[in-house]
Design a protein around this ligand. Sequence first.
Ligand SMILES: [Ca+2]
Ligand SMILES: [Ca+2]
Length: 328
Amino acid sequence: MRNHIAIAASVLLLYACGAGWASEFADGFETYSAGLGIHGQGGWKGWDNVSSVDGLASNLYAHTDRQSVEIRGSTDLVHEFDLAGGKWVLTAWQYIPSGSSGVTYFILMNTYSDNGPYDWSIQTQYDMTAGTIVPYSGALGEPARIIVDQWVQIKVVIDLDANTFEEYYNDVQIAAGVWDNDAHGTLQAIDLYGNGASPVYYDDIRIDSGATPTPTPSVGFPRPAYDSGWMATPFGSPSQFAVISLKHGLGGNTDDYVVDLQMNVSGIAGPNLTNQGLGTVFSYSYLTTTGIQLAAPFSAVDLVTSLRVRIWVYGSDTSSSPGQPKSE
Ligand SMILES: [Ca+2]
Ligand SMILES: [Ca+2]
């Protein structure tokens, strides 16, 4: 019974996680007036809340729909977040036109308030003159090359609990390491800094929970490790019991098995005359790590009995309380 409870609880947990799957932040820059600054809108502002270092909504390029944000040489555009702990995936689409020059910055701050304190975690330099990408820390391999004239995804996977990050450009990992040498355990701002360089464009900036994806609701209950499918019992006298021995070969420990056995009886009038539950005229026995034995009435021409057994395997643990989900 305890296994039944544990399964029900973990399925509930899966759905609870699924329900919270919305992104933490997302902006496609469609709601701003093209050609105008976005300071003071959608949570965006100039560094230290100074409007003169604004970025512009632009309809020159768009990753989706019609607009993106233009980071000019004078731009130092900030959006604050309030994330502490947990795992997060920040993605942004970047467009660098060919012929651009100077060094533009993509920055994530573990600590940010207007006029400080500040602390930088990601401060990637896109050197458009040299064509190279220079991560702030943890660079892997040869410097990545900037891809021009197309939208390229920047992705940063941040584990604020483990204090680590992984940085990707165009699906290639370019850096990894310690998120914050002071281990603040926070993500408080993105900063798109023009640094006097040519304009670059960003679109579809978002932050999603980095928790392990859950099955879609259509997947529903987990698939069993073993499923006999529906099997008719042999023909004979329905007043007597047929015994069916099955091999499942699951191994492990039978204490970790969750077994479901169903019976279906179809009469002369049609199929599915009745389904029945445990404790009626059918049962299983001799459950081992290799097999199981089923018993149910023989079938007759006008009364066909079918059985189906399914087995799920869940590792039991000894540390969680009865009725609580298994602890990992
Ligand atoms: Ca857009
Ligand atoms: Ca630091």
